[in-house]
Design a protein. Structure first.
Length: 116
């Protein structure tokens, strides 16, 4: 299991990113409301479909719809070889409750940007 290390982005000047090579099971610590961004880069030769899932997610109320299940996690969708995706984590916070596991991305590289 790989733990995705954060890079602190506060202050001035450049940063050296803490890139993590992902395995079958990967985790990170989500800090709600801080503007964290998870970057996933497909460094493999094939298409991968990452899934981000907090083990505490069940259902969330959505105005005008009702309760929506988040238990299955957030699918990033198909990521082709060489493609990079950036996910603003506050926009998928309902999926990040409890212990977070990122699967379906063995061979990808990840960066977690912490604005503060």
């Amino acid at each position: 299991m790989a733990t995705i290390a954060p890079t602190l982005m506060s202050g001035s000047g450049q940063r050296t990113l803490a890139e993590t090579n992902l395995t079958t099971f990967n985790s990170f610590v989500y800090r709600p409301g801080t503007g964290q961004i998870l970057i996933l880069r497909n460094a493999t030769g094939g298409t991968l479909t990452p899934l981000i899932d907090g083990d505490g997610g069940t259902t969330v109320p959505v105005q005008g719809i009702g309760n929506v299940s988040v238990a299955g996690g957030y699918s990033v969708g198909a990521v082709a070889a060489g493609v990079t995706k950036a996910i603003p984590l506050d926009t998928i916070s309902a999926y990040l409750q409890g212990v977070i596991n990122v699967t379906g991305c063995s061979g990808m590289a990840a960066n977690l940007l912490n604005p503060s």
